[in-house]
Design a protein around this ligand. Sequence first.
Ligand SMILES: Cc1cc2nc3c(=O)[nH]c(=O)nc-3n(C[C@H](O)[C@H](O)[C@H](O)COP(=O)(O)OP(=O)(O)OC[C@H]3O[C@@H](n4cnc5c(N)ncnc54)[C@H](O)[C@@H]3O)c2cc1C
Ligand code: FES
Length: 358
Amino acid sequence: MILPLVIMNAILLVIAIVLIISEKYLVTYGECKITINKEKILAVQGGNTLLNYFADNKIFVPSACGGKATCGYCKVEVLSGGGHILPTEEVFIPRQDRIKGVRLACQVKVKNDIDVLISPDLLEAKEIKITVFKIADLTPDIKHVVLRLDDPPAIQFKPGQYVQFKIPETDEFRAYSIASSPLQRNIIELVIRLVPGGLCSGYIHEVLDMYDHITLTGPFGDFYLREDSERDIICIGGGCGMAPIRSILLYLKSKNMPRKVMYFFGARSKRDLFFTEELRELEKQFPNFKYIPALSEPKPQDNWDGETGLITQVVERMVPEGPNQEGYLCGPPPMIDASIKVLTKKGVHEMYIYYDKF
Ligand SMILES: Cc1cc2nc3c(=O)[nH]c(=O)nc-3n(C[C@H](O)[C@H](O)[C@H](O)COP(=O)(O)OP(=O)(O)OC[C@H]3O[C@@H](n4cnc5c(N)ncnc54)[C@H](O)[C@@H]3O)c2cc1C
Ligand code: FES
């Protein structure tokens, strides 16, 4: 009984491989038209994904996972010609969006004429050529990378947004939040944590050097400071979640800190804290800004007399109750999920809690 099952599986596997290979090398789809926002038409030789055709035509849809269907960032609306949604897309696209035709551009293969809608914001994203200006250690596994823009020489972005870093000699991109002020338009600062075995963070930590030329795309993202609000601001960060929050704080600084801000930053021990002096300076300059770092595992040599425990416990202790507050959260997914729970318990409306998880 087991042997025929094994043989059957082997035959099915061979058939699947033959189909994939023949689709790749033998099937041709001829010329297809991709119509974007009912106006721009791309004439392409079918067979590749929407995401790749966009990139070929310098339309930079975010693709933090490089087309592996794991980030869910490359959403566009397909009005016609996209075929059925794939199982790889379902997890990212809620039912109400499926009805509208929302799809992952990296999963839609162009086999015929296709009509798509792309958010006008994404059409604003550019390719940005930069030169590395400074690389320095912030913690044992986090580097501060300062990039000077060459072409274009300046960009506009909202504090909190991110760019994508193209890994040289590959077609792979990774997302990195901008850690600098949007008013400093010719410089982009990033804060990069080394992920063990990570392709891009490994490249940045081990290969990237001063004066290297690199390509970015962007800016992207809907995690950014809402300037039309007067609510008090609660920022919660962990690790490289510092980056977009620093951009927001530097921007608020340049506006003379018009709103009350509490910034909670969670780290394991003192060696994982960074930008501390800069944030303490900000506190001195603006009494309506409070920086509250907390260590979850302080070492005896840290001589730490600040807050201890999980950052969510500290938030629970220190944030006042009340709806007139909004949250900007950035860090690892479990920290963000737990922080959202704490803030909503405090009366902060979920629609005023903005976050990026990574
Ligand atoms: C919107 C956004 C903003 C981001 N901003 C920043 C930022 O400012 N600074 C920063 O350092 N990173 C940031 N990231 C994460 C970054 O995009 C990359 O995912 C990260 O650098 C890992 O890429 P890699 O190529 O080094 O690892 P990969 O080669 O992609 O992955 C290697 C292995 O590590 C695992 N892995 C990937 N990411 C993580 C992780 N974060 N923790 C643990 N394991 C992981 C993978 O599953 C894989 O097994 C951001 C991500 C997003 C979506
Ligand atoms: S590029 Fe990440 S899901 Fe499409």
